[in-house]
Design a protein around this ligand. Structure first.
Ligand code: PXP
Length: 255
């Protein structure tokens, strides 16, 4: 594991490259070690890193619909930016995470039929099954994040479990418009203040794009934004390097 780049003040970007693997698996379904096949996730990660991304996020799903085991181990070996592994709380993926030792794990709910991660993790009521997983990850030196709705009860439960971070689910905000979107933004802002006050690092993700970043970037205390679909979609037209640079520019307040 290389030395981690030091964290500076301000928002940092973790690029979720799952959909680079989605494109690859569309052509090579069922292929598990696809390092000779286009598009290469490692090359995508390297481009994101060179463009200034602070981290790379991948979700190793139980059904392996996009990212494969071989991908995460190749990323672990070559990546200099921090690796954030998203995972469901299952024994199989936990064992992989403990061997992989990413800098960070984000525990997410996982449902086979969903197109993408739908809601936040139900921490409240599932403390016992989460406690063991969080403890084993932390004993291995991995920082743990819980992907939750911007809900104060879920935040309190995350603090009580000793997680280092929460990632606030921004999907409802991203899907809303007008006054409803302002209400969702205020929920996120309140959740961010509450989580920060409880000593957590506060991240956010899901549905953040080149338009709504102007609102998200104003939320106090946010540290990392994990953004995937909008960046990979824009990359189809502009290339991945330009797509990452443009998102970073907007995160810093560029017009
Ligand atoms: N954060 C988490 C925990 C996610 O599950 C996802 C979707 O895989 C993202 C961030 C990225 O969401 P999007 O692709 O909508 O940017």
């Amino acid at each position: 594991m290389g030395a981690l780049p030091t964290r500076q003040a301000g928002l940092e970007l973790g690029v979720n490259i799952d959909h680079v693997a989605t494109l690859r698996q569309a052509r090579y379904p069922g292929l598990m070690d696809a390092h000779n096949c286009e598009p290469d996730v490692l090359e995508a990660a390297a481009v994101c890193e060179r463009a200034g991304a602070h981290g790379i996020t991948v979700h190793l799903r139980g059904d392996r619909r996009h990212i494969q085991d071989a991908d995460v181990f190749r990323l672990r070996e070559k990546l200099k930016a921090r690796l954030n592994l998203e995972m469901g709380n299952t024994p199989e993926i936990l064992e992989i995470a403990l061997r992989l030792k990413p800098e960070e794990v984000c525990l997410v709910p996982e449902n086979r039929r969903e197109v993408t991660t739908e809601g936040g993790l139900a921490v409240v009521g599932h403390e016992e099954e989460l406690r063991g997983t969080i403890g084993r990850l932390q004993e291995s030196g991995i920082r743990v994040s819980l992907f939750i709705e911007p809900d104060l009860r879920q935040i309190d439960a995350s603090i009580a479990l000793g997680a280092e971070m929460v990632e606030l689910h921004t999907g409802a905000f991203a899907n809303a418009q007008g006054a409803a979107q302002s209400r969702e933004l205020e929920r996120i802002a309140e959740a961010s203040r509450h989580a920060h006050g409880g000593g957590l690092q506060v991240n956010a993700g899901h549905g953040i794009n080149y338009q709504n970043i102007a609102l998200i970037r104003g939320v106090e205390h946010l540290a990392d934004l994990n953004i995937g679909h909008s960046i990979v979609s824009r990359a189809v037209f502009s290339g991945l390097d330009a797509a990452v640079r443009e998102m970073l520019r907007l995160m810093r307040g560029g017009a």
